[in-house]
Ligand binder design. Structure first.
Ligand code: SF4
Length: 445
Protein backbone atom coordinates (compact mmCIF):
# COMPACT_ATOMS: atom_id res chain seq x y z
CA UNK A 1 0.00 0.00 0.00
CA UNK A 2 1.36 3.43 -0.90
CA UNK A 3 1.39 6.38 1.47
CA UNK A 4 -1.26 8.04 -0.65
CA UNK A 5 -3.59 5.12 -0.09
CA UNK A 6 -2.91 5.18 3.62
CA UNK A 7 -3.67 8.89 3.97
CA UNK A 8 -7.32 9.62 4.66
CA UNK A 9 -8.44 12.49 2.43
CA UNK A 10 -10.56 13.87 5.29
CA UNK A 11 -8.40 14.95 8.19
CA UNK A 12 -8.94 18.62 8.73
CA UNK A 13 -10.67 21.45 6.92
CA UNK A 14 -8.00 24.15 6.86
CA UNK A 15 -9.94 27.41 6.55
CA UNK A 16 -7.47 29.25 8.74
CA UNK A 17 -3.94 28.55 9.88
CA UNK A 18 -3.10 28.11 12.71
CA UNK A 19 -6.37 26.57 13.89
CA UNK A 20 -7.97 28.08 16.99
CA UNK A 21 -7.21 24.93 18.98
CA UNK A 22 -3.54 26.03 18.79
CA UNK A 23 -4.34 29.38 20.46
CA UNK A 24 -3.51 29.84 24.12
CA UNK A 25 -4.21 32.47 26.76
CA UNK A 26 -1.79 35.38 26.27
CA UNK A 27 -0.40 35.99 29.73
CA UNK A 28 0.93 39.44 28.81
CA UNK A 29 -2.46 40.58 27.37
CA UNK A 30 -0.83 42.75 24.67
CA UNK A 31 -2.52 46.11 24.05
CA UNK A 32 -4.25 46.29 20.66
CA UNK A 33 -2.83 49.76 20.15
CA UNK A 34 0.71 48.35 20.22
CA UNK A 35 -0.19 45.28 18.19
CA UNK A 36 -1.58 47.37 15.34
CA UNK A 37 0.89 50.27 15.51
CA UNK A 38 3.23 48.97 12.80
CA UNK A 39 0.61 47.20 10.67
CA UNK A 40 -0.65 48.25 7.27
CA UNK A 41 -4.18 49.51 7.94
CA UNK A 42 -5.02 50.44 4.35
CA UNK A 43 -6.58 47.10 3.21
CA UNK A 44 -8.09 45.51 6.27
CA UNK A 45 -10.91 43.04 6.27
CA UNK A 46 -13.70 43.17 8.81
CA UNK A 47 -15.43 40.09 10.14
CA UNK A 48 -18.30 40.25 12.62
CA UNK A 49 -19.35 37.05 14.30
CA UNK A 50 -22.96 36.43 15.40
CA UNK A 51 -23.01 33.27 17.53
CA UNK A 52 -26.71 32.39 17.42
CA UNK A 53 -28.63 29.75 15.45
CA UNK A 54 -32.21 28.45 15.56
CA UNK A 55 -30.93 24.85 15.73
CA UNK A 56 -27.52 23.26 16.06
CA UNK A 57 -26.82 21.24 12.93
CA UNK A 58 -25.49 17.79 13.75
CA UNK A 59 -22.22 18.27 11.87
CA UNK A 60 -21.46 21.77 13.14
CA UNK A 61 -18.49 22.56 15.36
CA UNK A 62 -18.66 26.31 14.84
CA UNK A 63 -18.87 28.67 17.76
CA UNK A 64 -22.60 29.19 18.11
CA UNK A 65 -25.46 28.61 20.53
CA UNK A 66 -29.07 27.58 20.00
CA UNK A 67 -31.46 30.47 20.43
CA UNK A 68 -30.99 33.50 22.63
CA UNK A 69 -32.84 34.14 25.87
CA UNK A 70 -34.69 37.44 26.05
CA UNK A 71 -32.38 40.38 25.63
CA UNK A 72 -29.21 38.45 24.81
CA UNK A 73 -28.97 39.56 21.18
CA UNK A 74 -29.37 43.18 22.33
CA UNK A 75 -26.64 42.79 24.96
CA UNK A 76 -24.47 41.11 22.36
CA UNK A 77 -24.86 44.10 20.02
CA UNK A 78 -24.07 46.42 22.96
CA UNK A 79 -20.85 44.46 23.52
CA UNK A 80 -20.04 44.57 19.80
CA UNK A 81 -20.38 48.35 19.98
CA UNK A 82 -18.00 48.57 22.93
CA UNK A 83 -15.52 46.27 21.21
CA UNK A 84 -15.77 48.22 17.93
CA UNK A 85 -15.06 51.49 19.77
CA UNK A 86 -12.05 49.99 21.53
CA UNK A 87 -10.63 48.43 18.38
CA UNK A 88 -11.19 51.53 16.26
CA UNK A 89 -9.44 53.64 18.92
CA UNK A 90 -6.54 51.16 18.93
CA UNK A 91 -6.16 51.43 15.15
CA UNK A 92 -5.66 55.17 15.57
CA UNK A 93 -5.82 57.87 12.92
CA UNK A 94 -2.14 58.39 12.24
CA UNK A 95 -2.56 56.43 9.02
CA UNK A 96 -5.76 56.04 7.00
CA UNK A 97 -7.77 53.01 8.12
CA UNK A 98 -9.62 51.36 5.25
CA UNK A 99 -11.59 48.14 5.08
CA UNK A 100 -11.40 46.38 1.71
CA UNK A 101 -13.91 43.63 2.54
CA UNK A 102 -16.52 42.90 5.19
CA UNK A 103 -18.39 39.78 6.27
CA UNK A 104 -21.02 38.86 8.82
CA UNK A 105 -20.73 35.21 9.76
CA UNK A 106 -21.66 32.89 12.53
CA UNK A 107 -23.64 31.21 13.66
CA UNK A 108 -26.42 32.74 11.66
CA UNK A 109 -26.25 36.54 11.34
CA UNK A 110 -29.86 36.54 10.14
CA UNK A 111 -30.88 35.14 13.51
CA UNK A 112 -30.93 38.87 14.34
CA UNK A 113 -34.12 40.75 13.53
CA UNK A 114 -34.26 43.28 10.70
CA UNK A 115 -33.77 46.20 13.10
CA UNK A 116 -30.91 44.39 14.85
CA UNK A 117 -29.29 43.89 11.44
CA UNK A 118 -29.58 47.65 10.85
CA UNK A 119 -27.75 48.15 14.11
CA UNK A 120 -25.11 45.62 13.13
CA UNK A 121 -24.48 47.51 9.87
CA UNK A 122 -24.31 50.78 11.82
CA UNK A 123 -21.62 49.28 14.07
CA UNK A 124 -19.57 48.22 11.04
CA UNK A 125 -20.01 51.59 9.34
CA UNK A 126 -20.17 54.23 12.03
CA UNK A 127 -18.05 52.67 14.75
CA UNK A 128 -15.48 50.82 12.62
CA UNK A 129 -15.55 53.05 9.55
CA UNK A 130 -16.19 50.30 6.99
CA UNK A 131 -17.93 51.67 3.88
CA UNK A 132 -20.29 48.72 3.44
CA UNK A 133 -21.82 49.98 0.19
CA UNK A 134 -18.42 50.38 -1.43
CA UNK A 135 -16.79 47.04 -0.57
CA UNK A 136 -17.76 43.37 -0.96
CA UNK A 137 -20.02 42.45 1.97
CA UNK A 138 -20.79 38.78 2.53
CA UNK A 139 -23.53 37.56 4.88
CA UNK A 140 -24.47 34.03 5.94
CA UNK A 141 -28.11 33.04 6.33
CA UNK A 142 -30.30 30.02 6.96
CA UNK A 143 -33.52 29.30 5.04
CA UNK A 144 -35.87 30.02 7.95
CA UNK A 145 -34.22 33.33 8.86
CA UNK A 146 -33.78 34.61 5.28
CA UNK A 147 -37.00 36.59 5.58
CA UNK A 148 -37.98 39.39 3.22
CA UNK A 149 -37.60 42.15 5.86
CA UNK A 150 -34.10 41.03 6.86
CA UNK A 151 -33.00 40.59 3.24
CA UNK A 152 -34.31 44.04 2.37
CA UNK A 153 -32.13 45.57 5.10
CA UNK A 154 -29.08 43.59 4.03
CA UNK A 155 -29.53 44.43 0.34
CA UNK A 156 -30.08 48.10 1.08
CA UNK A 157 -26.98 48.27 3.29
CA UNK A 158 -24.76 46.90 0.53
CA UNK A 159 -24.64 43.11 0.82
CA UNK A 160 -22.99 41.75 -2.31
CA UNK A 161 -23.01 38.06 -1.38
CA UNK A 162 -25.60 36.04 0.49
CA UNK A 163 -24.58 32.54 1.49
CA UNK A 164 -27.35 30.08 2.28
CA UNK A 165 -26.65 26.88 4.21
CA UNK A 166 -28.87 24.33 2.47
CA UNK A 167 -26.76 21.15 2.83
CA UNK A 168 -29.29 18.94 1.01
CA UNK A 169 -32.48 19.42 -0.97
CA UNK A 170 -33.57 15.91 0.07
CA UNK A 171 -35.61 16.15 3.27
CA UNK A 172 -34.49 12.77 4.65
CA UNK A 173 -30.82 13.73 4.15
CA UNK A 174 -31.37 17.07 5.88
CA UNK A 175 -32.81 15.12 8.81
CA UNK A 176 -29.88 12.66 8.78
CA UNK A 177 -27.44 15.59 9.02
CA UNK A 178 -29.53 16.80 11.95
CA UNK A 179 -30.67 19.87 10.09
CA UNK A 180 -34.40 19.50 9.97
CA UNK A 181 -35.79 21.63 7.15
CA UNK A 182 -38.14 21.05 4.28
CA UNK A 183 -37.24 21.56 0.67
CA UNK A 184 -40.27 23.79 0.17
CA UNK A 185 -38.90 26.18 2.84
CA UNK A 186 -35.48 26.17 1.21
CA UNK A 187 -36.93 26.92 -2.23
CA UNK A 188 -39.03 29.75 -0.80
CA UNK A 189 -35.94 31.25 0.89
CA UNK A 190 -33.98 31.06 -2.37
CA UNK A 191 -36.82 32.88 -4.11
CA UNK A 192 -36.74 35.65 -1.50
CA UNK A 193 -32.96 36.00 -1.85
CA UNK A 194 -33.21 36.33 -5.62
CA UNK A 195 -36.05 38.85 -5.21
CA UNK A 196 -33.87 40.90 -2.85
CA UNK A 197 -31.37 41.37 -5.70
CA UNK A 198 -28.16 40.56 -3.86
CA UNK A 199 -25.67 40.08 -6.72
CA UNK A 200 -24.01 36.87 -5.56
CA UNK A 201 -25.91 33.89 -4.19
CA UNK A 202 -23.87 31.10 -2.64
CA UNK A 203 -25.41 27.75 -1.77
CA UNK A 204 -23.68 25.34 0.63
CA UNK A 205 -24.22 21.63 0.06
CA UNK A 206 -22.85 18.61 1.94
CA UNK A 207 -21.88 15.16 0.66
CA UNK A 208 -21.25 11.99 2.62
CA UNK A 209 -24.58 12.06 4.51
CA UNK A 210 -26.00 8.74 5.67
CA UNK A 211 -28.24 7.35 2.94
CA UNK A 212 -26.99 9.79 0.27
CA UNK A 213 -26.31 8.21 -3.12
CA UNK A 214 -24.78 9.55 -6.30
CA UNK A 215 -28.33 9.91 -7.62
CA UNK A 216 -29.65 11.92 -4.66
CA UNK A 217 -26.44 13.99 -4.60
CA UNK A 218 -26.99 14.93 -8.25
CA UNK A 219 -30.61 15.72 -7.46
CA UNK A 220 -29.46 18.19 -4.79
CA UNK A 221 -26.89 19.69 -7.15
CA UNK A 222 -29.51 20.09 -9.88
CA UNK A 223 -31.97 21.67 -7.46
CA UNK A 224 -29.28 24.17 -6.50
CA UNK A 225 -28.28 24.76 -10.14
CA UNK A 226 -31.87 25.61 -11.01
CA UNK A 227 -31.27 28.88 -9.11
CA UNK A 228 -28.11 29.57 -11.15
CA UNK A 229 -26.15 30.44 -8.01
CA UNK A 230 -23.02 32.48 -8.68
CA UNK A 231 -21.19 30.25 -6.18
CA UNK A 232 -21.56 26.77 -4.79
CA UNK A 233 -19.63 25.28 -1.88
CA UNK A 234 -19.52 21.49 -1.69
CA UNK A 235 -18.51 20.35 1.80
CA UNK A 236 -17.57 16.81 2.80
CA UNK A 237 -19.44 15.79 5.92
CA UNK A 238 -17.28 15.46 8.99
CA UNK A 239 -18.30 13.86 12.25
CA UNK A 240 -16.43 15.77 14.90
CA UNK A 241 -16.21 15.28 18.63
CA UNK A 242 -18.79 17.12 20.76
CA UNK A 243 -21.08 17.85 17.79
CA UNK A 244 -24.60 16.40 17.55
CA UNK A 245 -23.50 13.68 15.13
CA UNK A 246 -20.32 13.07 17.12
CA UNK A 247 -22.32 12.44 20.27
CA UNK A 248 -24.61 9.97 18.53
CA UNK A 249 -22.08 8.17 16.40
CA UNK A 250 -18.98 8.48 18.57
CA UNK A 251 -15.65 9.72 17.27
CA UNK A 252 -15.77 8.22 13.80
CA UNK A 253 -12.02 7.57 13.57
CA UNK A 254 -10.72 5.93 10.38
CA UNK A 255 -13.48 4.84 8.05
CA UNK A 256 -12.03 3.90 4.64
CA UNK A 257 -15.44 3.02 3.26
CA UNK A 258 -16.85 6.43 4.14
CA UNK A 259 -13.70 8.06 2.73
CA UNK A 260 -14.30 6.23 -0.53
CA UNK A 261 -17.96 7.29 -0.60
CA UNK A 262 -17.06 10.93 0.04
CA UNK A 263 -14.34 10.91 -2.61
CA UNK A 264 -16.73 9.38 -5.13
CA UNK A 265 -19.39 11.98 -4.38
CA UNK A 266 -16.80 14.76 -4.50
CA UNK A 267 -15.67 13.71 -7.97
CA UNK A 268 -19.24 13.32 -9.18
CA UNK A 269 -20.14 16.75 -7.81
CA UNK A 270 -17.05 18.43 -9.21
CA UNK A 271 -17.53 16.93 -12.67
CA UNK A 272 -21.23 17.83 -12.64
CA UNK A 273 -20.46 21.48 -11.92
CA UNK A 274 -17.52 21.71 -14.31
CA UNK A 275 -19.77 20.39 -17.08
CA UNK A 276 -22.33 23.09 -16.28
CA UNK A 277 -20.15 26.14 -16.62
CA UNK A 278 -18.66 26.40 -13.14
CA UNK A 279 -14.98 26.98 -12.44
CA UNK A 280 -13.33 25.27 -9.50
CA UNK A 281 -11.64 27.72 -7.12
CA UNK A 282 -10.67 25.27 -4.38
CA UNK A 283 -11.68 21.80 -3.24
CA UNK A 284 -14.95 23.21 -1.90
CA UNK A 285 -15.65 26.30 -3.95
CA UNK A 286 -17.06 26.60 -7.46
CA UNK A 287 -17.96 29.83 -9.21
CA UNK A 288 -20.19 30.27 -12.23
CA UNK A 289 -17.92 31.27 -15.10
CA UNK A 290 -20.15 34.18 -16.13
CA UNK A 291 -20.83 35.43 -12.59
CA UNK A 292 -20.19 39.13 -11.96
CA UNK A 293 -16.78 39.78 -10.48
CA UNK A 294 -16.95 39.99 -6.70
CA UNK A 295 -13.96 42.19 -6.05
CA UNK A 296 -12.93 39.95 -3.18
CA UNK A 297 -10.71 38.10 -5.64
CA UNK A 298 -8.35 41.01 -5.64
CA UNK A 299 -8.01 40.72 -1.95
CA UNK A 300 -5.12 38.51 -0.81
CA UNK A 301 -6.14 36.59 2.27
CA UNK A 302 -2.52 35.55 2.83
CA UNK A 303 -1.27 39.04 3.44
CA UNK A 304 -3.90 41.40 4.75
CA UNK A 305 -4.86 42.24 8.30
CA UNK A 306 -8.16 41.07 9.68
CA UNK A 307 -10.25 42.71 12.34
CA UNK A 308 -12.68 40.31 14.00
CA UNK A 309 -15.50 41.55 16.20
CA UNK A 310 -17.56 39.23 18.38
CA UNK A 311 -16.62 36.46 20.73
CA UNK A 312 -15.95 33.82 18.08
CA UNK A 313 -14.07 36.05 15.63
CA UNK A 314 -10.36 35.94 14.98
CA UNK A 315 -8.16 38.96 14.31
CA UNK A 316 -4.85 38.78 12.49
CA UNK A 317 -1.87 41.07 12.61
CA UNK A 318 1.31 40.00 10.86
CA UNK A 319 2.71 38.60 14.11
CA UNK A 320 -0.29 37.59 16.22
CA UNK A 321 -3.57 35.81 15.57
CA UNK A 322 -5.93 36.40 18.44
CA UNK A 323 -9.49 35.85 19.59
CA UNK A 324 -11.40 34.94 22.73
CA UNK A 325 -11.73 31.54 24.35
CA UNK A 326 -12.91 28.70 22.09
CA UNK A 327 -15.27 25.79 22.71
CA UNK A 328 -17.57 23.40 20.86
CA UNK A 329 -19.65 22.11 23.77
CA UNK A 330 -22.91 24.03 24.25
CA UNK A 331 -22.47 24.72 27.95
CA UNK A 332 -18.99 26.23 27.48
CA UNK A 333 -20.09 28.29 24.47
CA UNK A 334 -22.90 29.82 26.50
CA UNK A 335 -20.44 30.71 29.26
CA UNK A 336 -18.06 32.39 26.80
CA UNK A 337 -20.89 34.43 25.24
CA UNK A 338 -22.13 35.45 28.69
CA UNK A 339 -18.61 36.60 29.59
CA UNK A 340 -18.31 38.50 26.32
CA UNK A 341 -21.51 40.49 26.82
CA UNK A 342 -20.31 41.70 30.23
CA UNK A 343 -16.77 42.55 29.08
CA UNK A 344 -15.80 46.18 29.55
CA UNK A 345 -12.13 46.09 28.48
CA UNK A 346 -11.71 45.22 24.82
CA UNK A 347 -8.37 46.96 24.44
CA UNK A 348 -6.21 43.85 24.84
CA UNK A 349 -5.69 40.54 23.06
CA UNK A 350 -6.63 37.68 25.37
CA UNK A 351 -6.09 34.38 23.56
CA UNK A 352 -3.93 33.79 20.52
CA UNK A 353 -0.98 32.38 18.62
CA UNK A 354 2.19 34.26 17.79
CA UNK A 355 3.06 33.92 14.11
CA UNK A 356 6.81 34.11 13.46
CA UNK A 357 8.46 34.41 10.06
CA UNK A 358 8.48 30.67 9.53
CA UNK A 359 4.79 30.30 10.36
CA UNK A 360 3.97 33.22 8.07
CA UNK A 361 5.69 31.37 5.21
CA UNK A 362 3.80 28.18 6.03
CA UNK A 363 0.54 30.05 6.14
CA UNK A 364 1.19 31.65 2.77
CA UNK A 365 2.17 28.30 1.26
CA UNK A 366 -0.81 26.50 2.71
CA UNK A 367 -3.47 29.06 1.85
CA UNK A 368 -2.18 29.56 -1.70
CA UNK A 369 -1.64 25.89 -2.47
CA UNK A 370 -5.18 24.99 -1.41
CA UNK A 371 -6.55 27.39 -4.04
CA UNK A 372 -6.98 25.86 -7.50
CA UNK A 373 -4.84 28.59 -9.08
CA UNK A 374 -1.97 27.68 -6.77
CA UNK A 375 0.99 29.60 -5.46
CA UNK A 376 2.98 32.10 -7.46
CA UNK A 377 6.66 31.50 -6.75
CA UNK A 378 7.45 35.10 -7.71
CA UNK A 379 4.89 36.47 -5.20
CA UNK A 380 6.32 34.24 -2.50
CA UNK A 381 9.83 35.38 -3.28
CA UNK A 382 8.79 39.03 -3.32
CA UNK A 383 7.17 38.69 0.09
CA UNK A 384 9.72 36.53 1.89
CA UNK A 385 12.95 36.82 -0.10
CA UNK A 386 13.23 33.03 -0.38
CA UNK A 387 11.71 30.25 -2.47
CA UNK A 388 9.03 27.73 -1.48
CA UNK A 389 11.36 24.93 -2.61
CA UNK A 390 14.15 26.23 -0.40
CA UNK A 391 11.84 26.61 2.61
CA UNK A 392 9.61 23.56 2.20
CA UNK A 393 11.47 21.25 -0.22
CA UNK A 394 10.80 18.08 1.79
CA UNK A 395 7.07 18.69 2.08
CA UNK A 396 6.72 19.65 -1.59
CA UNK A 397 8.70 16.59 -2.71
CA UNK A 398 6.39 14.39 -0.68
CA UNK A 399 3.30 15.90 -2.35
CA UNK A 400 4.90 15.59 -5.79
CA UNK A 401 5.80 11.94 -5.05
CA UNK A 402 2.12 11.19 -4.53
CA UNK A 403 1.17 12.84 -7.78
CA UNK A 404 -0.57 15.67 -5.95
CA UNK A 405 1.60 18.52 -7.23
CA UNK A 406 2.04 19.56 -10.87
CA UNK A 407 5.39 20.26 -12.44
CA UNK A 408 6.64 23.40 -10.75
CA UNK A 409 8.83 24.72 -13.56
CA UNK A 410 6.25 27.30 -14.72
CA UNK A 411 6.63 29.51 -11.68
CA UNK A 412 3.39 28.24 -10.14
CA UNK A 413 2.90 25.53 -7.54
CA UNK A 414 -0.45 23.96 -8.35
CA UNK A 415 -2.16 20.92 -6.91
CA UNK A 416 -3.24 18.29 -9.43
CA UNK A 417 -6.95 17.39 -9.48
CA UNK A 418 -6.13 14.49 -7.13
CA UNK A 419 -4.12 16.80 -4.92
CA UNK A 420 -7.04 19.21 -4.76
CA UNK A 421 -9.37 16.30 -3.93
CA UNK A 422 -7.04 15.58 -1.00
CA UNK A 423 -6.86 19.20 0.21
CA UNK A 424 -7.98 18.17 3.71
CA UNK A 425 -4.96 15.86 3.91
CA UNK A 426 -2.51 18.22 2.17
CA UNK A 427 -3.30 21.09 4.54
CA UNK A 428 -2.66 19.28 7.84
CA UNK A 429 0.58 17.83 6.44
CA UNK A 430 1.88 21.35 6.07
CA UNK A 431 1.20 22.31 9.69
CA UNK A 432 4.37 23.05 11.64
CA UNK A 433 5.37 20.63 14.43
CA UNK A 434 4.69 23.45 16.93
CA UNK A 435 1.14 24.08 15.71
CA UNK A 436 0.51 20.35 15.49
CA UNK A 437 1.57 19.77 19.08
CA UNK A 438 -0.40 22.79 20.38
CA UNK A 439 -3.50 21.42 18.63
CA UNK A 440 -2.89 17.95 20.07
CA UNK A 441 -2.53 19.39 23.58
CA UNK A 442 -5.78 21.33 23.32
CA UNK A 443 -8.41 20.06 25.73
CA UNK A 444 -11.75 19.82 23.98
CA UNK A 445 -14.60 21.51 25.71
S1 SF4 B 1 -23.98 24.85 10.36
FE1 SF4 B 1 -24.51 27.03 10.40
S2 SF4 B 1 -26.73 27.06 10.84
FE2 SF4 B 1 -25.98 25.02 11.42
S3 SF4 B 1 -25.50 25.21 13.60
FE3 SF4 B 1 -23.59 25.58 12.47
S4 SF4 B 1 -23.50 27.81 12.26
FE4 SF4 B 1 -25.63 27.29 12.81
Amino acid sequence: MTTAQQTSPYQHYVYAYPHKTAYRRLQDRPALRELWAAEDRGTLSLYVHIPFCEVRCGFCNLFTRIGAPDGLTGSYLDALERQADAVRAALGDAEPVRFATAAFGGGTPTFLTASELERLCDIAERRMGADLRAVPLSVEASPATATADRLAVLAERGTTRLSLGVQSFVDSEARAAVRPQRRAEVEAALGRIRDAGVPVLNIDLIYGIDGQTERTWRASLDAALAWRPEELYLYPLYVRPLTGLGRHQGDAGADPEWDTQRLRLYRAGRDHLLARGYVQQSMRMFRRADAPPQGADDYACQTDGMIGLGCGARSYTSTLHYSFDYAVGMHEIRGIIDDYVTTADFAHAEVGYRVDGHEARRRHLLQSLLQAEGLSVADYRARFGSSPDGDFGTELDRLAGRGWLTDTSGGLLVLTPEGLAHSDAVGPELFSPEVRSAMAAYERK
